[in-house]
Design a binder for this molecule. Structure first.
Ligand code: ASP
Length: 439
């Protein structure tokens, strides 16, 4: 059996009880050799994540407020974990050093990163594992982008020195030695980086849900978990709003062909979701892998007679968007109409300017921007082989009395995207789910 890299999210390391569960999971399999840890997350719904508390300390220092009392709460979170675990471990010196760093302007990212640093020290102590500071193995370039190759080289060397180790997630180091973090949720990325460097057989990502669900549980009641999903399907689903894993976490392991297994710390027997690069199999009684979607979209519709014969028309429209810093989501087009789907938030402030610029640039017969659009993506590798999937999607939507405003099927046939009115979003998602998943 090969190496397994395991990453535990903040909710899996929020208190001593969770630390114990994590230790039991790690110790249950000697192949779980490298552990990546997040900072303590919420213990209950109104609780505050330690990362957010650290950001707040940083802001307080900037506003010249005294952080003594607030910082004491952070210290207590860690000390109570150590105490409740019965560990003989004193982190007073570390806590003091960090408080000094924050008050002496070591930077926002330095402050935030200490959440994973301290949690990893404690976890390493509990497990009896070595500790590899991310600062010595995760590198960013001068321009702030992640340096994957240098990181992979250095990480490989360091991992070889340890049979078992804990590595803090979320941060790395800039060429000038200062700490830099990934974006929020970035410990997933660290886990993926470690898995690649360790040439792991599997990257287990432990969180507080039993994998990806076929639909958003806030909209569809008790959606079934997805057993297996390909990276490409996952990309489609996450783009549409399904989130469990940081998007950038996919690249290092995908590159190395390492599967990711999303698992639930509170339900360790559940198999979770396997994310794989390719698979021929699919659930024949389901056809679809999942349905996801997003609201808050606008359509810019441009009409012009004989548009199809005018070379450079599309390019000029897209140039206007580029000039206004707007990225487009979809581009469904007809013979004499071009529609561009963009996020309402992105176009809102520059609405009039965009319309005027398009008028000047391509002299259309009309150009309008309509808000209130939602997109739903029905995703599934099984769709290529199953006849009539599109018909079933459209029937389900019309059966729910929802009007379809736009249709887009990627040539990969991995998904069908439909545009609907925002207020029909929940109704349509439920109708599609019920059509493909029988209760
Ligand atoms: N602790 C960081 C956050 O809250 C990173 C992570 O948990 O992955 O975003």
């Amino acid at each position: 059996m090969g190496i397994k890299v395991v990453k535990f999210g903040g909710s899996s390391l929020a208190d001593a009880e969770h630390f114990r569960r994590v230790a039991a999971i790690v110790k249950a399999d000697p192949n779980r050799r490298y552990v990546v840890a997040s900072a303590p997350g919420k213990r209950y719904s109104e609780d505050v994540k330690v990362t957010d508390m650290l950001y707040r300390c940083y802001e307080m220092v900037r506003n010249r407020e005294d952080i003594t009392e607030y910082y004491a709460q952070i210290c207590e979170r860690y000390n109570s974990i150590i105490r409740d675990l019965g560990l003989n471990f004193d982190i007073t010196g570390e806590l003091e050093y960090i408080r000094n760093g924050i008050t002496h302007h070591s930077g926002r990212d330095f402050a935030a990163s200490r959440g994973e640093y301290l949690n990893s020290l404690i976890l390493a102590k509990l497990l009896g594992f070595g500790f590899i500071d991310a600062e010595s193995v995760v590198y960013f370039r001068e321009d702030g982008t992640f340096d994957g190759e240098k990181t992979n080289e250095e990480m490989k060397k360091e991992l070889q020195r340890f049979e078992y180790a804990v590595i803090p997630g979320f941060y790395g180091v800039m060429p000038n030695g200062t700490i830099k973090t990934f974006s929020r949720g970035g410990s997933d990325i660290t886990g993926s980086i470690v898995a690649r460097a360790a040439e792991a057989e599997l990257y287990e990502n432990w969180t507080d849900v039993s994998g990806f669900l076929m639909a958003d549980p806030r909209i569809v009641q008790d959606p079934q978990p997805i057993k297996e999903v390909t990276y490409r399907e996952l990309r489609e689903l996450s783009y549409m709003g399904a989130s469990v894993l940081h998007e950038d976490a996919i690249f290092p392991v995908r590159y190395a062909g390492i599967p990711i297994n999303i698992r639930n710390t509170n339900e360790p027997e559940a198999p979770g979701t396997m994310i794989v690069s390719a698979t021929n199999g699919y659930d024949t009684d389901k056809i679809i892998t999942g349905v996801a979607g997003k609201k808050g979209l606008s359509v810019i519709t441009i009409e012009k007679d004989m548009m199809n014969a005018e070379i450079g028309f599309g390019r000029r429209v897209l140039e206007v968007l580029e000039d206004h810093d707007i990225s487009f989501e979809h581009l469904p087009s007809g013979v004499d109409t071009m529609s561009v789907v963009v996020s309402t938030a992105g176009v809102d402030a520059v609405r009039e300017r965009v319309i005027n610029a398009i008028n000047r640039s391509v002299r259309p017969d009309s150009v309008v921007i309509e808000d209130g659009l939602a997109l739903l993506a029905v995703v599934g590798r099984g769709m290529v082989k199953a006849k009539g999937t599109a018909a079933r999607v459209f029937d389900a939507i019309s059966g729910a009395d929802v009007n379809i405003r736009m249709i887009d099927q990627g040539s990969s046939e991995l998904n069908i995207i439909v545009g609907i009115e925002e207020h029909d979003f929940e109704k349509a998602m439920n109708a599609i789910y019920r059509e493909f998943v029988k209760a």
